[in-house]
Design a protein around this ligand. Structure first.
Ligand code: S3P
Length: 188
């Protein structure tokens, strides 16, 4: 684990970023359980607000439209004044946009859940709900996306964790303790 604080924090949420299959939802739900903080997921919010599934948004309206909605959801979190803390799990591509990267950092403690390509691929292997992986060579696509996005995850996160060899409980406990130090340091 490595820490690198940023001065632009407006909320005290815990925000999970990382590739498809890195365990954001699972770890987020465990954090919700041990910290008693509500869990929120940007993909679920997109589906709830549009009443359309993520694969259908991609098919019917395209990725650009999906990214616009993703930014709107993120901005809503930022604009809510003095909200009590949330655990926010995000879609893997949320860091593509520079605006999103800035918003993410203002939302609180940002944690990049990382894993090697084999671990990620094994975790998404049987998932039919990742439109970007519905191709003849999903592992190659996943590896390319990881290579492309890794610098963005790295620059956005205050903490990065390699999840390949840790249990969900170990990861969640590490994030909980680190977030206490982080928010204490920033006095928020
Ligand atoms: C995406 C990841 C998905 C979802 C959408 C696009 C991506 O979320 O937002 O399919 O670009 O990596 P998960 O990371 O939760 O699978």
């Amino acid at each position: 684990m490595s820490a690198c604080p940023t001065p632009t924090i407006k909320h005290h949420h815990i925000v999970l970023i990382g590739m498809m299959g890195c365990g954001k939802t699972t770890v987020g739900k465990e954090l919700h359980r041990i910290m008693k903080i509500p869990f929120s997921d940007t993909d679920q919010m997109i589906e709830a607000q549009t009443a359309i599934s993520i694969p259908d948004i991609f098919t019917q309206f395209g990725e650009d439209r999906f990214r616009d909605i993703e930014t709107r959801i993120l901005r809503n979190h930022l604009d809510k004044p003095h909200r009590s803390p949330l655990i926010i799990s995000t879609g893997g591509g949320i860091v593509i946009s520079p605006i999103n990267r800035s918003i993410l950092q203002q939302l609180g403690f940002v944690v990049w859940l990382n894993a090697d390509i084999n671990t990620l691929f094994n975790r998404v292997l049987h998932s039919g709900n990742r439109p970007l992986l519905q191709t003849a060579h999903p592992k190659e696509i996943l590896a390319k996306l990881l290579e492309q996005r890794a610098p963005w995850y790295r620059e956005t996160a205050h903490l990065s964790i390699d999840t390949s060899t840790l249990t969900v409980q170990e990861i969640a406990f590490g994030i909980m303790e680190s977030s206490r130090v982080f928010f204490n340091d920033f006095n928020i």
